[in-house]
Design a protein around this ligand. Structure first.
Ligand code: SF4
Length: 703
């Protein structure tokens, strides 16, 4: 598996442990983000070390999800270059995830989001406005200084800005295949604001500390409390300070393992202040490897006084790993993790903390050596993540087929919708609404018509679908792309182009499209769009006009730097039905020419092939694997929609196709009876059943 991790917190202990584990079995690409104000996103370095490919990216910090085109343009080629199966985005405050998800979605890459803090919902990432916790029920409740400031910068009313934030969050969730919460409390808040979703999962962090090979006996006769963390005010170190002021004339110690930066004057000042308390001992920047020896082996209780709803915290699990009970502030996300541990305690304020500490000092509360310390190691965590990845990767994507109206600049004789009927496009707001409505269920969209590129608002439509996170396939005659300027505008949408060429002879193609010069335009269009799209599939619609020179058409097409050749036996609908006798060949007529073309392709080109509209019995055995129509497990995987002003026509593509097809009495004897769809009823009505000879197993003749 190719996994791409993206994180601004390079050495988060759980993430780092996970990456190291994964790198021994998977290809791991680690995108590390570092922020500096005003920087436009740029690639700083790429290197490989210990089986991990590091890609360092510098970017300007953002705290809302406004679209950053620079980030999109940076990530798009990188995703194309490394082609991961899955990206795992580690959401910490400041990561502008939308352009990353957009680029990945448009390439069909699966996406996992893990919420290391609350930045999905909260601009500060902590659900705390600086004075109190924010227990918001809806984003419309947000009114802290940060939200007001950003609304002001955008010139928006607070309510409109909060509504926009909500839309962006829904878009992020829609684009993600799974969203991992690090506590049940966090998941409840997310569900409360965004509604329940199968995508939300809860996984506690795993611990990646070295095994404790030697139990060190604590020598002190008095209790030692520990604190491990930074000096950020939300970590609540001031609560400990307040508590110890209430504990005069007691024999105890507080060992503080601080992650601090002495170049920061405020942190330096604070450190100088707390070391004046003679009960406090400070250890700075303890290395993870020595955390048991230097810290946990020396304390009786770890105090976690956080003022915010911690998502981990890692220190709690590390403490349990070292068999040290905790004294935690009254945060739901922490309380759920100490269930069953008798030695641990919860406090609401400094007074309650000092009361608990006093009881410990006086021996009223004792640690029990047989206590329950629940934590998981990094191996277990890696396995859980692996299962999640598998689930996401193995789940087939769902596709929405969106008809944008039937107006077209060609008049193909095989067109299933008939000749430009009705002669108008669906308006853009209706199409946008449809795309938005279905995004939570469908990851891919096939935009079809009529001719989508013939719309005046074509780019607006494509951009809208892209920004919603669809992987876009465009069914087009490619004629409009003969204009290079139009193609350039499509560069970052990673379109998958499906077009058609009916013959290597310009005249035959033009006769089929009923537009003189269309062949040359389509050929130019394909060449122009090549460097701006992800893939090109060329369909050959088999008619009486072209099937006899299929081999030459295939030779011509295979020289065109395309990705797939797709042979289509016509669907007798629209113009195909109106001109049935004139254009529809028999299967038996096509078979021989199709076989020659397929043999040539197999021998001379590596191009993948699709054969559509053929039952098994009219295709040579060795090419039956290429048949398009096969039974599918999830019959609603492809959903068609033709939105209109007054009525919306929707249909399940697979089920609808089956309704239009039929089998014959002889099919019961055929080995493919169970998986074959048969042929279109309209074809059978006109041509009968004589061409379809059941394939029966050869009898073994006894020697
Ligand atoms: S089931 Fe019928 S239509 Fe299908 S391959 Fe067999 S004979 Fe042909």
């Amino acid at each position: 598996m190719k996994i791409m991790h993206i994180s601004p917190n390079r050495y988060h202990p759980c993430l780092w442990g996970l990456i190291k584990k994964q790198s021994s079995v998977h290809s791991v690409f680690y995108f590390t983000l570092s922020f500096s104000q005003g920087t436009t996103p740029k690639l700083a370095a790429t290197y490989k070390k210990d089986k991990i490919t590091y890609i360092e990216i510098k970017l300007g910090k953002t705290c809302d999800y406004s679209f950053d085109i620079g980030l999109q343009r940076l990530f798009n080629p990188l995703l194309k270059k490394y082609r991961p199966d899955l990206i795992h985005v580690h959401l910490f405050s400041g990561v502008n995830v939308i352009p990353i998800l957009n680029a990945a979605s448009s390439l069909g890459v699966k996406k996992i989001l893990i919420l290391h803090d609350h930045s999905l919902l909260c601009l500060k990432g902590v659900l705390h406005d600086g004075t109190k916790k924010c227990s918001i029920k809806a984003l419309s409740d947000c009114n802290c200084g940060e939200v007001k400031k950003l609304a002001g910068e955008r010139g928006m009313a607070l309510s409109a800005y909060n509504q926009l934030r909500k839309e962006m969050i829904i878009s992020i969730i829609n684009m993600s295949d799974k969203v991992i919460c690090c506590s049940y409390a966090q998941k409840r808040v997310l569900e409360g604001i965004c509604g329940k979703s199968q995508k939300f999962v809860m996984l506690y962090y795993g611990i990646a500390l070295p095994a404790i090979d030697k139990i060190i006996k604590k020598k002190d006769t008095y209790p030692v409390f520990g604190y491990l963390g930074s000096l950020h005010f939300l970590k609540g170190i001031s609560v400990i300070e307040d508590a110890l002021k209430r504990l005069r004339n007691h024999k105890y110690e507080i060992l503080m393992g601080l992650r601090c930066n002495l170049d920061n004057p405020a942190e330096k000042r604070y450190l100088e202040k707390i070391v004046k308390y003679n009960v406090i001992k400070v250890l700075q920047n303890i290395r993870n490897r020595e955390i048991y020896r230097d810290f946990f082996s020396r304390i009786d209780y770890l105090i976690i006084p956080s003022l915010w709803e911690e998502t981990g915290p890692m220190t709690l699990f590390e403490s349990f790993f070292c068999k040290v009970p905790v004294i935690i502030s009254n945060q739901a996300s922490m309380k759920e993790k100490i269930r069953g541990n008798k030695g641990s305690r919860v406090f609401k304020n400094a007074k309650e903390l000092s009361d608990i500490m006093r009881k410990v000092i006086k021996g009223y509360i004792c640690k029990t050596s047989r206590d329950v310390f629940k934590f998981k190691d990094i191996d277990k965590y890696t396995q859980e993540i692996e299962l999640l990845y598998r689930d996401v990767i193995d789940r087939p994507s769902k596709t929405l087929k969106l008809k944008i109206g039937y107006l077209c600049n060609s008049r193909c004789i095989f067109c299933v919708t008939g000749d430009n009927h009705p002669k108008k496009f669906i308006d853009l707001p209706t199409l946008k609404g449809t795309l938005q409505k279905y995004r939570n269920t469908y990851e891919q969209v096939i935009i079809t018509g009529g001719e989508p590129s013939f719309r005046k608002d074509f780019f607006l439509l494509i951009e809208f679908a892209y920004r919603l996170g669809y992987k876009i396939t465009l069914e087009t005659n490619a004629r409009m792309f003969s204009n290079k300027n139009l193609c350039r505008q499509l560069e970052y949408f990673n379109l998958n182009i499906v077009t058609h060429i009916e013959s290597f002879k310009p005249r035959t193609h033009d006769l089929t499209t009923m537009v003189l010069g269309s062949f040359n335009e389509t050929i130019r269009g394909i060449k122009n769009i090549r460097k701006y799209c992800t893939s090109i599939t060329i369909k050959i619609m088999l008619t009486r006009l072209n099937y006899k020179h299929l081999l030459y058409t295939v030779k011509f097409i295979s020289n065109m730097d395309i990705d797939t050749v797709h042979f289509v036996f016509l669907t007798p609908w629209g113009s195909s039905y109106s001109y049935f006798e004139a254009i529809m060949p028999h299967y038996y007529e096509v078979r021989h020419f199709l076989t020659d073309a397929l043999i040539w392709l197999a021998a001379n080109s590596k191009l993948p092939v699709i054969i559509e509209g053929f039952p098994f019995c009219v295709v040579e055995p060795k090419f039956r694997d290429f048949l398009f129509e096969k039974p599918v497990k999830d019959k609603s995987r492809m959903f068609g929609i033709y939105p209109g002003k007054s009525a919306v026509h929707t249909y399940h593509i697979y089920k609808e196709r089956l309704k239009q097809k039929k089998k014959f009495s002889q099919c019961g004897r055929c080995v493919f009876d169970k998986i074959c769809e048969g042929v279109y009823k309209r074809y059978a009505e006109k041509r009968g059943s004589g061409e379809f000879i059941p394939i029966v197993k050869k009898l073994k003749i006894a020697q």
